[in-house]
Design a protein around this ligand. Structure first.
Ligand code: CTP
Length: 412
C-alpha cells in the first residue's frame, strides 16, 4: 500500500489538460485522476470530437472542477474564459493530441476553446500525439510536429504497438504514468538542484553461478528509483545505475543497466568524475561465485560446490576517489541491518567516509525490502540522528533529497 500519493512538485500546480478526439481519450481520464491525486488543480478542456468518446461529467467527477467545452465559448463568461484559462497555468498538456489538433496549433488556428487557449497561453506546453500509424507518418503531420518542437513544445511519444485499427506501428498514446513523468520533468527544471549531477544506484545485483542461475537478493529497487525521481523533481541531472528490477525508470533519468557487482562498480567509477552527489541505494552482493560456469550445471552430476569470493566494496573505492579528486562532493550510503541498527550504521558511515547514511531495519516485514514502505533512520557525519516514522518509499526519498540539498548548501 502507498501511504501517500501526493507529489510535492505537483501540489497546487495549475495544469490545463486539453483532450481531443482520439479513442485514447479514455486514458486521459486516468491522467486527470492521477494528476488530481498527486495534488494538481486540473482544468480540462474537451474538443468537440473528444466529447464523442468521453463525457465532461467523467472529468468533472475525477477532478472535482469545472470542465470546459466549446459551448462555453459563447457563454456569459466567454470573454474571460477564452484568454483566461491558461493565464496562470503552470503547464498546458494536450493528451491525446490528434493529427487535426496538432495541425491547428502548428498553424496558429484559433477556432475552438482549446486552440484559443493554446494560442493565448504563455506557459510550458506538452502534447502527446495519438493517431493511426499512417496519419502519424504523413509528411504534413511530421512537419507540424517539427514546427511545435522548434517552438519549445515537448512532444511525448507516440509509442509503438497495436492501434485500434489493428495496424502495428508508431502512433499509440503514451501511458498516463509516463506522461506524468514528462510533466514532472518540465515543472522540475530550474529547481534547487539545477546544475547538479546526482548519481543513484538501485536494485539488487545478480552474480552468475552458471548460464541460468544467479545469487541475488530481495531488493526491488523501489527506494533508489524514488530517490532518482525526487532528484529529477528538483531539477537535477540524474544518472540511474540500476541492477535488474521490474520498475520503469523515471522519465529524464540517464539509465545505465548493470547486472553484477563488478559491472555496477565500473559504472559507478565511470560516473563519479562528473557527479556532485552519489546515493548508493543498490543492494550489492558482497560475495560472488569464484568461477561461474558458462553451461548449465546438470542435476545428474550431483550437488555442486560453489566457492565464493569477495566483491569490492564500491563505496570504499568511491571514498578513495573523492579524497583524491574531490568528487562526488557528497556520498550517501545505505545500511541494511538486522541488529544493532544505529551502532552498525554509524560504523559504516565512519568506515566508508559518508556524509549521510540511511539505515533500515531489514527484520521488519512492513518496511524495507520488496514492499512499498520504509522505516529509516538518517545518521549524518556530525552525529545527527533522525528517526523517521513508517512512510512510503516515495516520501522517504523526498526526505533524503531534502537532506542532500541542506548538506550541499552547508558545503558551499
Ligand atoms: N556497498 C558497496 N559495495 C559492496 C556492498 C555494499 O558499495 N560490495 C554499499 C551499499 O550500496 C550500501 C552500503 O555499502 O550503500 C552498505 O551496504 P550493506 O549491505 O548494508 O553493508 P556492507 O558494507 O555490505 O556490510 P554488511 O553486509 O556486513 O552489513
Amino acid at each position: 500500500m502507498n501511504l501517500q500519493l501526493s507529489v510535492p512538485l505537483l501540489v497546487g500546480r495549475r495544469i490545463v489538460l486539453g483532450v481531443t478526439g482520439s479513442i485514447a481519450a479514455y486514458k486521459a481520464a486516468d491522467l486527470a485522476s492521477k494528476l488530481t491525486q498527486a495534488g494538481a488543480q486540473v482544468d480540462v478542456v474537451l474538443s468537440e470530437a473528444a466529447q464523442k468518446f468521453i463525457s465532461a461529467l467523467t472529468f468533472r467527477s475525477l477532478t472535482g472542477r469545472a470542465v470546459y467545452t466549446d459551448s462555453d465559448l459563447w457563454s456569459a463568461e466567454a470573454h474571460l474564459l477564452h484568454v483566461g484559462l491558461a493565464q496562470d497555468a503552470d503547464l498546458l498538456v494536450i493528451a491525446p493530441a490528434t493529427a487535426n489538433t496538432l495541425a491547428k496549433i502548428a498553424h496558429g488556428q484559433a477556432d475552438s476553446l482549446l486552440t484559443i487557449t493554446v494560442i493565448a497561453a504563455d506557459c510550458l506546453m506538452l502534447v502527446a500525439p495519438a493517431m493511426d500509424a499512417h496519419m502519424y507518418e504523413n509528411r504534413a503531420t511530421q512537419a507540424n510536429i517539427e514546427t511545435l518542437q522548434k517552438r519549445g513544445i515537448t512532444v511525448i511519444g507516440p509509442a509503438e504497438g497495436r492501434m485500434a485499427s489493428g495496424l502495428m506501428g508508431l502512433g499509440r498514446f503514451v501511458e498516463p504514468q509516463e506522461i506524468i513523468g514528462h510533466i514532472r520533468l518540465a515543472l522540475g527544471k530550474g529547481g534547487p538542484l539545477a546544475g547538479t549531477r546526482v548519481v543513484v544506484t538501485a536494485g539488487g545485483t545478480q552474480e552468475p553461478i552458471d548460464a541460468v542461475r544467479t545469487i541475488t537478493n530481495r531488493s526491488s529497487g523501489k527506494q533508489g528509483y524514488a530517490i532518482a525521481q525526487a532528484a529529477l523533481d528538483r531539477g537535477a541531472a540524474v544518472t540511474l545505475i540500476s541492477a535488474p528490477t521490474h520498475l520503469d525508470p523515471p522519465v529524464g533519468a540517464d539509465l545505465l543497466a548493470v547486472k553484477t557487482a563488478k559491472e555496477l562498480q565500473s559504472a559507478v567509477l565511470a560516473a563519479i568524475p562528473e557527479a556532485d552527489v552519489l546515493l548508493m541505494a543498490a543492494a550489492v552482493a558482497d560475495f560472488r561465485p569464484g568461477q561461474a560456469k558458462f553451461e548449465k550445471i546438470k542435476r545428474r552430476k550431483g550437488v555442486p560446490k560453489i566457492n565464493l569470493e569477495p566483491t569490492e566494496d564500491i563505496l570504499g573505492l568511491v571514498t578513495e576517489a573523492q579524497q583524491k579528486e574531490g568528487l562526488p562532493r557528497l556520498i550517501v550510503g545505505f545500511a541494511a541491518e538486522s541488529e544493532n541498527l544505529i551502532a552498525n550504521a554509524r560504523q559504516k558511515l565512519e568506515e566508508k567516509g559518508l556524509a549521510l547514511v540511511v539505515a533500515n531495519d531489514i527484520s521488519s516485514e512492513i518496511a524495507g525490502f520488496e514492499v512499498d514502505n520504509n522505516q529509516v533512520t538518517l545518521i549524518d557525519s556530525e552525529g545527527g540522528v533522525q528517526e523517521l516514522p513508517l512512510m512510503s518509499k516515495v516520501e522517504v526519498a523526498e526526505v533524503i533529497i531534502q537532506r542532500v540539498l541542506q548538506l550541499l548548501e552547508s558545503l558551499e
